[in-house]
Structure formats: C-alpha cells, structure tokens
Ligand binder design. Structure first.
Ligand code: NAD
Length: 424
C-alpha cells in the first residue's frame, strides 16, 4: 500500500510524501482548489503482484512487484521498471508522480507511471532473470499496452529485459506489440539516437542556462559525478561546446584535471581500466570532495540523494544541472537556494531520455523508422522549447526553476483533468 500522510513514520524520509508535498505547494502557487490538488496527487491505479519464480535449483522463490499509474489525464502512463532489493510501493509511487510531472514539463502526450520488483538481480542466473521478468510482465499485462502504459528500462533493467516484456505481451495478445515498451534493441522496434539522448538534453539545458544568466560558455569549468550511460557522453558533448570538464567521479573515486579532460583519452582509459581513476596526468581526490573542486558548473549524474546540506554548503560551482534522478535532498536544495545557486531540476534536465522514448513509441505506432537527423532535430527542439518555457515562467512567477517546473507540470495536468471532467 502507498503510505497516507497520517500513517507516515515521523522523522523518516518518505519519497512519496515528499513528492506529494511538492505537488501540493505547486497547486497552492497556482491557486488550484484543494479538490483538484488531491485529485492530481492521488495515484490512479496501484497494482501489487506476487511473482513466483522457479529457480535453477528447482525451488520456487516468491518476489513482490508493483506497477503504478499516477496520472493518465494527458496520455498513456510512461515510466521505467526497476529491479532492486529496496523497491517498495512508496518509492514507485513517488517515481510515477515524477514521471507525470516530467512528461508534462516537456509537453509530450504521456501521463506518469513506474514499476518495479523487489529483487537483487545480481543474485539471479540469466534464466532466473528471464523467468522473473516474464512472470512480472504477465502479471502487469492487463495494465500495460501502447495505449495504456508504456514501461522502459530503469535501474538494473535494460534492452534485454524490455525485449522479454515485449515478447511476453506479444505472445499473450497473439500479435507483435512493439509499442508496449521503449528502450528496445533496433532490430525489434528500437530507435536510432536513443543512446545519449538524456545527455544531449542535459547539455542543451546547461548551455541554455548559461545564456539565460548572460554567462560565456567558453572555458566554464564542469565537474560531473558519474561516468555511465549519462555521464560519459556528457564529457564529449560539453567539451564540443567549449566547456572544460575538470573533475569527474565514478564509484571507484574522483579525478581532478585543472586543464580539462580529453574525452577521447578518458574513453580509452576507461575501456582499458574500467574506471576514470588513473586518467593520465590527473590528481586523484576523495570521491566526496568532487564538488569542492574549483569549478563553475556541477552535474550530478550518478545517484539520488547525494547533494546534501553539507555537500551543497561546500560546493564550488555556482550553477547545478541535475542529470541524475532526485540527486538533491530537501535540505541540500534549501542550502543551494540560500546561496543563490540556480539549479535545473531533474524533471527538466534529464527529460531527454523520455522524449527519446516518446519518439521510439511514435515510430512503433507509425511502423516507420525516422532518419537519425530527424530524431536529433526533434529532440533538440523539444528540449529547447521546454527550457525556454520554464525559464520565462520562472521570471514571471519569481520562484526558482524547480518550483517553476513542478508548477508548470501540475498546471498542464490540471488543465487536462479539468477539460476531461469527472467520470461518470
Ligand atoms: P549508470 O549505471 O550507467 O552509471 C552510473 C554511474 O555512477 C557509474 O559511472 C557509476 O560508477 C557511478 N557511481 C555509482 N555510485 C557512485 C558513487 N558513490 N560516487 C560516484 N559515482 C558513482 O547509470 P545512468 O543510466 O548513467 O544513470 C545515472 C543517473 O541518471 C541515475 O540517477 C538515473 O536515474 C538518471 N537518469 C538516467 C537516464 C538514462 O537515460 N540512462 C535518464 C534519466 C535519468
């Protein structure tokens, strides 16, 4: 069950109640009535499923999974599926609400959803992982579909997991159903351009923020936490636009290169060693000191909850762009606000990934593959328009970019909800 405010454990951070309060504040900022605010906060559908899996040993193990559709007033639900031992209903509900806001912020015709199974997939064989995925997909199949709710990869799920889900749903329906998930391989309905789309969106937001603040792009120094699917392409994209990446961290540690990192050298070094640590000519610094490296722009692109009040107080950069999901704690956000550090929030900065998913789904429905140039051109246009709209509204509303983005998302959901009315 998703926790209600009255049942919450005092003093314990609850991501669902945190998101609910952000939506509530946005509703008040917009002057929405309490009935509409409650309607937007409350998830539309919460499905909890038992997932029995026959293990390689012959024993049957039980797992629990969820799929939550938070809001579908603007279109079918959209959101990833994660496999992780800490998954629970409140986390999935919070992430589904984030997706409602994110899709509305970039103005794509989707609502928000999320799913997950409480499991440590590193303990499963490939056969066990496939059986778990297919049984979970079967259990949530009545709720998902190209016109209902479209899952995507998230933590510990990838193109292979998406392929199994697509196949399971296709077998159940007796027809090929590529539009039921995004993040698929090209050969079964994926799209060119998907890899790197999130990083391109982060780059567009970074450049647009610098323009908005009247700052010169050339030689702006950047530190990035994370060198994975989002962080690694960022080094190239930001360098190509004239910025200097001077610090980067991965799970093994952080490096400082005052003269700027060469993305090709780093990519080669990472391929050979499996880490950014040891990049030729770099100083190794403790991972928790990454954000104190002299720099102008901070980009968390790894974990949630890392920009705490402490990290925010000692951060050297004067602007931050959230590539990761939920990297900043409430206290961290308050410290950055008190230091007048502009922050492009995750619901805008990393939305390039869901925009790419939208383009994959549109191509699946059309049965027509776009050229990569068309994909990139449309992605850039969508992200530019989203940033410019949020920037302008933040000047009008006189609140920070995070509050503005959530307010714009809530406003668009409220508009759709009002137009559609209340059934029956
Ligand atoms: P990933 O697993 O490919 O990469 C994660 C990176 O973070 C790795 O380099 C890892 O070494 C590093 N890391 C892990 N723990 C760390 C630590 N304690 N200190 C420093 N670095 C650490 O993940 P990803 O797909 O690049 O996602 C990164 C973030 O971006 C996540 O928050 C994810 O939710 C968010 N995001 C990703 C996408 C996408 O398209 N992949 C889209 C939207 C949001």
């Amino acid at each position: 069950m998703v926790t209600q405010a009255n049942d919450a454990a005092p003093h314990e951070f609850n991501p669902w109640l945190h998101v609910s309060s952000l939506i509530e504040n946005a509703g008040h900022l917009l002057g929405l009535d309490q009935g509409m605010i409650k309607r937007i906060i409350t998830p539309e559908r919460v499905l909890e499923v038992a997932v029995p899996v026959r293990m390689d040993s012959g024993e049957v193990e039980m797992y629990t999974g969820w799929r939550i559709q938070h809001d579908t007033s603007r279109g079918p639900g959209k959101g990833g599926i994660r496999f992780h031992p800490s998954v629970n209903a409140d986390e999935i509900a919070a992430l589904s609400a984030d997706m409602s806001i994110k899709c509305a912020v970039v103005n794509i015709p989707y609502g928000g959803a999320k799913g997950g199974v409480r499991v440590d997939p590193t303990l499963l064989s490939r056969g066990e992982l496939e059986r778990l995925t297919r049984r979970y997909a079967f259990s949530i199949a009545p709720m998902i579909g190209p016109d209902r709710d479209i899952p995507a990869p998230d933590i510990n799920t990838d193109f292979q997991v998406m392929s199994w889900i697509m196949d399971t749903v296709s077998m159940l329906r007796g027809q090929n159903t590529p539009g039921v998930v995004t993040g698929k391989p090209l050969s079964i309905g994926g799209t060119l351009g998907h890899a790197g789309a999130t990083s391109l969106g982060v780059t567009i937001c970074t450049v647009a923020l610098l323009h908005g603040l009247g700052r010169d792009i050339a030689n702006e120094r950047v530190v990035i936490q994370g060198y994975g699917k989002v962080g690694a392409p960022l080094v190239k994209l930001l360098s190509e636009r004239g910025m200097k990446v001077v610090g980067i961290a991965d799970i093994r540690g952080a490096i400082h290169v005052p003269g700027g990192i060469d993305h090709e050298v780093l990519s080669r070094h990472f391929r050979e060693s499996g880490s950014v640590v040891g990049y030729p000519g770099s100083d190794t610094v403790p991972a928790h000191d990454l954000f104190t490296i002299p720099s102008d722009i901070a980009i968390p692109a790894a974990l949630g909850g890392v920009i705490t009040a402490d990290i925010a107080s000692s951060m050297a950069a004067t602007i931050m762009v959230e590539a990761a999901n939920g990297p900043t704690t409430g206290e961290g956000a308050a410290v950055l606000a008190s230091r007048n550090v502009p922050v492009v929030p995750d619901v805008l900065a990393n939305a390039g990934g869901v925009v790419a998913s939208y383009f994959e789904w549109a191509q699946d429905l059309q049965g027509f593959m776009w050229e990569p140039e068309l994909f990139t051109q449309r992605l850039e246009k969508t992200m530019h328009e989203a940033f410019n709209h949020i920037w302008q509204r933040h000047l009008d509303l006189k609140v920070n970019l995070r509050e503005t983005a959530i307010a714009v998302g809530v406003e668009r959901i409220a508009e759709a909800t009002t137009l559609r009315g209340l059934f029956p």
